[in-house]
Write a protein that binds this ligand. Structure first.
Ligand SMILES: Nc1nc2c(ncn2[C@@H]2O[C@H](COP(=O)(O)OP(=O)(O)O)[C@@H](O)[C@H]2O)c(=O)[nH]1
Ligand SMILES: Nc1ncnc2c1ncn2[C@@H]1O[C@H](COP(=O)(O)OP(=O)(O)O)[C@@H](O)[C@H]1O
Length: 188
């Protein structure tokens, strides 16, 4: 995959595909890139840190952020919690010459395709459906009901893969990381 010289990157992929894992590896080696920290109404998982993994906010605070125009995009994900991209930090990062990277769900990616059409849209896919299920269950952070809901959302996301500029298969973390770095334009 050739370098994509865009001013921002949107990364989408089904829950458990390894977006977080691969993005963390890639961004540690891509100082030009800046990962947006989303606001969410969901509860933190063990080990997740406020302001690092997410800004964990109440429903009331989320309403306020939306109503005052502070969200670049937002969506109700898995039918339960809302997630959104705070606008200010993205604009600040871009103004400092960093390349914003946004990890979003499908609805968020579609909004950004309209509001920031220059952003490259990347889909992270599993090597096989069974492997996605295995990773999601193996992570062990969701209840069986939550896993079932995530797999339902995953079917819709996988069906929308063709909307994306490029698909990166997360077969191995190191290979997928290398491919992502090439797309980001970083080859060292
Ligand atoms: N639209 C939108 N989606 C987001 C945002 N932040 C995270 N998401 C998506 O919300 C979904 C759920 O994320 P998370 O609760 O961390 O669960 P996981 O995907 O199972 O690790 C994923 O598809 C994320 O990409 C955001 O700011 N906006
Ligand atoms: N290439 C891979 N091969 C095997 N397991 C992986 C791979 N990438 C990620 N994982 C594992 O899959 C699980 C889900 O990864 P995570 O990064 O939390 O996914 P996401 O952010 O897409 O929900 C984690 O337990 C992670 O260690």
């Amino acid at each position: 995959m050739e370098r994509m010289d865009n001013r921002a990157f949107v990364v989408v992929g089904p829950s458990g595909v390894g977006k977080g894992t691969v993005l963390k590896e890639a961004l540690a080696r891509a100082p030009e890139c800046w990962l947006s920290v989303s606001a969410t109404t969901r509860d933190p998982r063990p080990g997740e840190r406020e302001g690092v993994d997410y800004f964990f906010v109440s429903d009331e605070r989320f309403d306020e952020l939306v109503e005052t125009g502070q969200m670049l995009e937002w969506a109700l994900v898995h039918g339960v919690n809302r997630y959104g991209t705070p606008r200010g930090p993205v604009e600040d990062a871009a103004a400092r010459g960093r390349i914003p990277v946004l990890e979003l769900d499908l609805a968020g990616a579609r909004q950004v395709r309209r509001s920031m059409p220059e952003a490259a849209q990347i889909f992270i896919a599993p090597p096989a459906w069974e492997e996605l299920e295995r990773r999601l269950r193996g992570r062990g952070t969701e209840s069986p009901e939550e896993i079932a809901r995530r797999l339902e959302t995953a079917r819709e996301e996988m069906a929308a893969m063709e909307e994306f500029d490029v698909v990166v298969v997360n077969d191995s973390v190191s290979r997928a990381t290398e491919e992502l770095l090439r797309i980001f334009g970083i080859t060292r």
